[in-house]
Design a protein around this ligand. Structure first.
Ligand code: FAD
Length: 649
């Protein structure tokens, strides 16, 4: 890392990822054999808080509850079933090789490390690929209705960054079906008494007592009361922070508060600038929108992406003859064609729009055209594969995608960054585990499609249920009650922040300020980032934050149900996190995956990594209010997948 000029203080923390020894394919087995166990009769003596009931948290609660631990499960929604995971559309990867097209655990491992532009930890990724095959068995046993072929075998399709078909799916509703599987398994444990649900609760702080995570402070969102909960360990499975950008494909309730407040209690935050912009979303249509809608990547199996060859060509698509169309992904990347990874496809779409060749009124969209597939396969096949997505598109745009090509444009979608975790999924706070999208672990600088569901379920069904007992069995945990000073202090901090929000009594809604922040992040910390733009963002965010605390309007008494108060707290956190995203992006003077610094590109405009200085995860440490955070680094070594210039040509 020497040679890279710094603006943030370089930390000296030794980040031990605790990667087991031995050859890569044996590490996970070796780990599990060496891990300490908790006797079945002793498990009920341990209380574990799990915040989040999406695929990661729901799967963990079901599995740990089944094992006999005493689980307290929290979520914001009125039902665990309404976690954001329910929105996932296209599918889940697994190295089953049902298609016999050359897939294997090694190939999934390789594709994922390469897809992440060599910024993920090899050992975690290999484990993910190994566990992937068991996830499908688990879900089938639960009755998840994956699509099947005529002969009855599970069907597969392809997602970006892979030349095999390894994606299992349930039409365009895979997340919903998987979540129902996890939910019913969790509800069975609610029935047996091992899992206790706390819906409509928002975790607002982590309690660290005697150096360990021992509980949370959560607000009852119905009554407004702030409550204390103690445990022997805390698992955060609270999802990603894409909503910092205001417009994103995430559910409106997705937020960063739990991980951000854990960061302020000492958990390091890794690679916050690794954010994913998804190439195929319904374009922004005006200022009235509060969210964007994804059109699943699976559509690129059968849809062809194109724009007119001539800049400024505003003819309707049907009037543009074949030889005047530019199928730019197929042209630039003949080997992967329309199924290049998301970062590559998003940048390519932006580039043709920047050249003035974008479609639609605004020129900020490209066509996703199914005419060829409909001609070849028949409309009924396309309807069977993507019916609900086509319907959703038509409802939102009032255009029939069976008759005219869809118009799509990149949008904020997923966050690869998150709380730093070691191989155990434990953060830098002992006893605090982080699962699913909330951690940074497996996707490096770019996540391949259909790999988030795989990771969330791997973490929840298989990884945490092996690593958490190791922690509980090997750690002497003193008795801590909610009277402990740490609980009192954390509750006081939470209450003071809520009171402060209510007391401002300003004139701007949290939404207005959030929208301004989102625009700033999208423009300056979005698809293309520059030194000057990032410095501008860093110059503007503190002023916006000041404006928020001087002029936000929260019409609430605090101790009552108030969605504006909930939202204002989350925006306050985005205003701090947004700054860290920009700082991380400024400090990472290279391009990799979704982090594209315009100064660092290859002659044909692809991301240009700097492995000499940046082959590491940047893990940011909170240094106190008003002080620059400290940038620590976990060096990444690649023994099995040697870094090279990513090519999908
Ligand atoms: C539209 C869309 C489609 C997608 N399609 C796919 C796909 O086809 N394949 C794929 O692999 N990935 C897909 N993804 C990504 C994937 O859906 C997510 O990464 C994944 O579902 C995240 O799961 P999770 O369990 O980590 O978190 P989430 O599902 O986001 O769950 C978070 C949970 O935490 C709770 N929570 C959050 N904060 C708090 C708090 N402070 N207090 C209490 N509770 C809290 C929430 O209530 C919720 O229960 C898609 C994403 C989007 C946006």
């Amino acid at each position: 890392m020497s040679g890279a000029p710094r603006i943030a203080t370089a930390g000296t923390r030794q980040l031990d990822a605790k990667i087991p020894s031995g050859p890569m394919p044996e590490k996970w087995d070796r780990y599990r054999f060496g891990a300490k166990l908790v006797n079945p009769a002793n498990r009920r003596k341990f209380t574990v808080i799990i915040v989040g009931t999406g695929l990661a948290g729901g799967a963990a609660a079901a599995t740990l509850g089944e094992a006999g631990y005493n689980i307290l499960s929290f979520c914001i929604q009125d039902s665990p079933r309404r976690a954001h995971s329910i929105a996932a559309q296209g599918g889940i990867n697994a190295a089953k090789n049902y298609r016999n097209d050359g897939d294997s655990i090694t190939r999934l491992f390789y594709d994922t490390v390469k897809g992440g532009d060599y910024r993920a930890r090899e050992a975690n990724v290999h484990r993910l690929a190994e566990v992937s095959v068991r996830i499908i068995d688990q879900c089938v046993a639960q009755g998840v209705p994956f699509a099947r072929e005529y002969g009855g075998l599970l069907d597969n399709r392809s997602f970006g960054g892979a030349q095999v078909s390894r994606t299992f799916y349930a039409r365009g509703q895979t997340g919903q079906q998987l979540l129902l599987g996890a939910y019913q398994a969790m509800m069975r444990q609610v029935g047996t008494g091992t899992v206790k649900l706390f819906p409509r609760y928002e975790m607002l702080d982590l309690v660290v007592a005697d150096g360990r995570a021992r509980g949370i402070i959560a607000r009852n969102l119905i009554s407004g009361t702030v409550e204390r909960f103690e445990a022997d360990a805390v698992l955060l499975a609270t999802g990603g922070y894409g909503n910092a950008y205001f417009l994103s494909t995430n559910a409106v309730n997705s937020n960063a508060t739990a991980i951000w407040r854990a960061y302020k209690r000492g958990a390091l935050f890794a690679n916050p600038c690794f954010t994913q912009i998804h190439p195929t979303c319904i374009p922004v249509s005006g200022d009235h929108q509060s969210k964007l809608t994804l059109m699943s990547e699976s559509l690129r199996n059968d849809g062809r992406v194109w724009v007119p060859k001539r800049a400024g060509d505003k003819r309707p698509p049907a009037q543009i003859p074949e030889d005047e169309r530019d199928y730019f992904l197929e042209r630039r990347y003949p080997a992967f064609g329309n199924l290049v990874p998301r970062d590559v496809a998003s940048r390519a779409s932006k580039a043709v729009c920047d050249e003035g060749r974008g479609a639609g009124e605004t020129g900020l969209s490209v066509y996703l055209d199914f005419a060829d597939s409909i001609g070849r396969l028949g409309e009924h096949v396309i309807r069977e594969r993507y019916g609900n997505l086509f319907q959703m598109y038509e409802k939102i745009t009032d255009e029939n995608p069976y008759k005219a090509p869809m118009r799509i444009y990149p949008a904020m979608h997923y966050t690869m960054g998150g709380l730093w975790v070691d191989y155990n999924l434990m953060s830098t706070i002992p006893g605090l585990f982080v699962l699913g999208e909330a951690n940074f672990s497996d996707h490096g600088a770019n996540r391949l499609g259909a790999s988030a569901l795989m990771q969330g379920l791997a973490d929840g069904y298989f990884v945490a249920p092996s690593t958490l007992p190791n922690y509980l069995a090997s750690t002497p945990l003193s008795k801590v009650s909610t009277d402990h000073d740490a609980f009192r202090e954390a509750e006081h901090t939470v209450q003071a922040k809520l009171d402060r929000l209510v007391a401002v009594k300003g004139r701007k809604t949290p939404r207005e300020i959030h929208r301004t922040l989102g625009r700033l992040l999208w423009d300056k910390v979005g698809m293309g980032r520059t030194d000057a733009g990032l410095k501008e963002a860093l110059g503007e965010i503190p002023g916006l934050r000041e404006e928020f605390w001087a002029n936000v309007s929260v019409p609430s008494a605090g101790a009552e149900m108030s969605q504006v108060l909930e939202y204002a707290g989350r925006v306050a956190d985005y205003l701090e996190l947004g700054e860290l995203i920009a700082l991380d992006a400024l400090e990472r003077r290279e391009s990799c995956g979704g982090h594209f610094r315009e100064e660092y590109q290859t002659p044909d405009n692809e991301a240009l990594r700097d492995d000499e200085h940046f082959a590491h995860a940047a893990a940011w440490e909170y240094a106190g209010e008003g002080r620059l955070p400290i940038r620590n680094a976990e060096a990444l070594t690649f023994e099995y997948v040697k870094p090279s210039q990513r090519s999908y040509k």
